[in-house]
Design a protein around this ligand. Structure first.
Ligand SMILES: [Zn+2]
Length: 138
């Protein structure tokens, strides 16, 4: 774990407390609608597919495909100066939802990143209570 983490840190909310608790255990969980069977992200009690409140937590496989990405060369925040270049992406989870995340790799270039490439989740422990889901080539 980094001693002095100086980047923005997520603030868990009532609807996402479970998500962050599981992330800290290095597990990726999603909400899923029991009425129409759709998993969705970000975590919230009411499903965005049919506005049902009949929803539940389901554990994601952690498998995903690269949907789109950008390689960041200019740090958007002082905390990221040591990280550039890095990959920010939208990944499509095996369960269907898309989520924003970093793709972790050394020296990222477009040649190393193919839309649709297989990814797997990894977690970075950034504080005593927060771990960030990220993805790496599978
Ligand atoms: Zn639904």
């Amino acid at each position: 774990m980094t001693q002095a983490y100086n980047k923005p840190v997520p603030v868990p909310q009532q609807e996402s407390d479970f998500y962050w608790e599981k992330a800290k255990q290095h597990e990726l969980w999603l909400r899923s609608c029991k009425d129409c069977g759709s998993a969705y992200f970000y975590p919230r009690d009411i499903s965005p597919c049919c506005f049902s409140k009949n929803t539940e937590w389901v554990q994601a496989s952690g498998n995903a495909a690269l949907f789109t990405y950008g390689i960041v060369h200019r740090a958007p925040h002082p905390g990221f100066v040591g990280d550039v270049p890095f990959v920010t992406a939208i990944v499509e989870l095996e369960e269907g939802p898309k989520m924003a995340a970093n793709v972790v790799m050394d020296d990222p270039t477009p040649e190393k990143l193919q839309i649709g490439m297989a990814l797997e989740v990894v977690f970075e422990d950034i504080t005593d209570t927060i771990a960030l889901p990220k993805f790496r080539p599978a």
